[in-house]
Design a protein around this ligand. Structure first.
Ligand code: DGT
Ligand code: CA
Ligand code: CA
Ligand code: ZN
Length: 591
């Protein structure tokens, strides 16, 4: 039993399932070459810019993709055409799917996972925690006290990092879900609220709101979505499910008259709502998810029944804010960082928008580790309507990514000279120059001088102590040729902590030397963070929002960068790449 929706199965879902096969095979101690074949296929799929479902529908030969052989091609076709994957189903009869979750714990490989499951019946991370509490794990051969302690830490890390989804990952599931929910009977309004709407870098769960008259069929439609793994709750107007990758979705169904109030309430943040409610009480008003109500004389607002008191707003979100004497605020601002006060005085920032962006100043090509040629990247940028772009391949020292030396850089310029005239976009000669351990740069001064834009960043010695790391980066920023410090803290969300770094000192140095800081828009980085760009703005340090694209597809990351910039209160003037080409050139030439 499956729906037509499966026909458009997402690449991520296919990759996810193949990756699960690899995990389960590994736990079964299958032939390592077989395991690797699945992993290679997953890597290929993750880098694909086209939809596999489309390719299957158009009868294309999937085995022409690298890493995809006859078997896997057959499985992909099976998934696209039937929504089923018999091999995975068979594997699930042998190994419970949750056992593979144990592999996400630091220090647990397939052998250990197998042992925990076979000998202690541990199938989930929660089971493992119970077994640790009960002292059963230490008794297992090859585990011992030290391992047990490490596992506790691993569980803690797992919970802290893995339970929240990166916004970019959540989007891959939310977008198809919204499309599906839009097809539910009688839907009048449909929105995602919560941290997702505020575009927070990670989301704990997805809060879906629907306005309609008849809730039953909408709830039914929701819980029968194909990617639902588990239904937690399916009440009349309130439901909760967990999607296959472990992402929880809460649904609220409401009548149209209170939709605006619910949207406001469930968008949060909690802190924003708390402050709003306090403010309302001073005006004799009570705000709830049902609307804004006048508090009747002598009534304790905490004891008001839903719907009690005269209702002054609720149908629209604007109306809710207006009833409280405030103008509507973009969701990205609703973190109680001063936005309510600013709205009260009509001093909200005029936030930067995607359409303000005139160019992308960090991207890679086949000259280093990018997937597309410079010309292809340039045409894609032109299609996005940009006036300018910078090609910033890696420098020599980043050899794993095919970094360029001085001679190769000159070769690259010649290539650009060759086709530039055919295009309607300015290609800035640039390079992502590696910052060496002592803060010096991985390119000679002569060539640094010749570049239109000098971008510098760290790719090695990420674990220096704070003082040394800060000094290193400050040294780099102080070099007179440098224009932009890229991905300044080096964090990878849910994967790698930022360097031990005094960001304030780096921002001060950037200001002193007229260097801009990057907001790297890759949803796995978002570096600098929203809080840090807020601080950059306060200090008057210009911010560049760049995608660091390694393929034409990645150019769409700009949207994530702009969202974080908005969360950091940036206006167009705070963002360097909203400037016209001539203004940008003036800034680059330090005129
Ligand atoms: P998340 O899911 O952890 O990324 O963060 P949020 O902000 O999406 O939080 P969530 O899903 O727990 O709740 C969604 C919104 O609902 C939250 O931002 C504010 C609102 N909300 C939830 N619980 C309460 C509450 O007890 N009081 C008030 N005023 N608002 C609440
Ligand atoms: Ca949420
Ligand atoms: Ca929620
Ligand atoms: Zn980089």
């Amino acid at each position: 039993m499956f729906h037509a929706k499966l026909q458009s199965m997402e690449n991520v879902e296919i990759a996810e399932r193949l990756s699960e096969v690899a995990d389960l095979l590994e736990i079964q101690e299958a032939n390592p070459f077989r395991v690797r074949a699945y992993r290679n296929a997953v890597r290929t799929i993750e880098g694909l810019t086209r939809s596999l479902a489309e390719m299957v529908e158009e009868g294309e030969d999937l085995t022409e993709l690298s890493g995809i052989g006859e078997d896997i091609s057959g499985y992909i076709t099976e998934m696209v055409e039937t929504g089923e994957f018999q091999l995975l189903r068979d594997l699930h009869d042998e190994v419970p799917p949750t056992v593979a979750d144990l592999l996400d714990l630091e220090g647990i490989g397939p052998k250990k996972a197998k042992k925990l499951w076979e000998e202690l019946d541990i199938e989930t991370v929660d089971d493992l925690e119970d077994a640790l509490d009960g002292g059963r794990v230490v008794e297992l051969e090859g585990f011992g006290q030290k391992t047990a302690e490490k596992l506790r830490q691993a569980i803690e890390d797992f919970r802290e990092h893995r339970e929240r989804f990166r916004l970019g990952d959540a989007d891959r599931w939310v977008e198809p879900l919204l499309e599906y929910m839009g097809e539910a009977p009688g839907v009048e309004e449909l929105d995602v609220a919560g941290s997702y709407r505020r575009r927070k870098e990670t989301v704990g769960d997805i809060d879906l709101l629907v306005a309609c008259d008849d809730a039953g069929p909408v709830m039914e439609h929701f819980t029968s979505y194909d990617l639902v793994e588990r239904v937690i709750e399916a009440g009349e107007t309130r439901g909760s499910v967990v999607l296959r990758p472990g992402l929880q979705v809460d649904l609220r169904i409401l009548p149209g008259e209170s939709y605006g109030a619910a949207l406001q309430y469930f968008t949060g943040s909690l802190e924003h709502n708390v402050k709003l409610r306090k403010r309302a009480l001073d005006d004799g008003l009570r705000v709830s998810e049902y609307g804004v109500f006048e508090i009747p004389e002598g009534v304790d607002p905490d004891e008001m029944e839903p719907g009690e008191g005269e209702r002054v707003a609720g149908e629209t979100e604007e109306g809710v804010y207006e009833a409280l004497g405030l103008v509507w605020m973009p969701p990205e601002l609703r973190e109680d960082r001063g936005e309510i006060e600013a709205a009260g005085e009509d001093e909200l920032p005029d936030l930067v928008e995607l359409s303000d962006i005139r160019g992308d100043l960090q991207m890679h090509s086949t000259w280093s580790d990018g997937k597309n040629t410079i010309e292809t990247m340039a045409r894609a940028c032109q299609e996005r309507g940009y006036e300018y772009m910078a090609i910033t391949d890696h420098s020599r020292r980043v050899s794993v990514a095919g970094g360029l030396d001085e001679d190769e850089l000159e070769e690259q310029w010649k290539e650009i000279d060759g086709f530039e005239g055919d295009l309607d976009i300015e290609i800035l000669r640039s390079l992502e120059v590696d910052i060496l351990k002592d803060g010096s740069l991985d390119l000679d001064d002569e060539h640094l001088e010749k570049l239109d834009l000098v971008l510098v960043s760290v790719h090695s010695y990420m674990d220096l102590d704070g003082a040394e790391q800060t000094e290193r980066i400050v040294t780099a920023v102080s070099h007179p040729a440098v224009h932009v410090l890229a991905h300044p803290t080096g964090r990878r969300i849910n994967e790698r902590q930022p360097y031990d770094l005094d960001v304030e000192a780096v921002l001060e140095a950037a200001r002193e030397h007229d260097v801009a800081v990057e907001l790297n828009a890759n949803p796995e980085r978002l570096d600098l963070s929203d809080r840090h760009v807020f601080r950059a703005r306060e200090l008057g340090v210009p911010v560049v929002i760049s995608t660091d694209a390694h393929s034409t597809d990645n150019l769409r990351y700009m949207e994530y960068g702009v969202a974080q910039a908005r969360r950091g209160w940036l206006e167009p003037d705070d963002v360097l790449n909203t400037r016209s080409l001539s203004e940008l050139k003036k800034w680059l030439d330090r005129e």
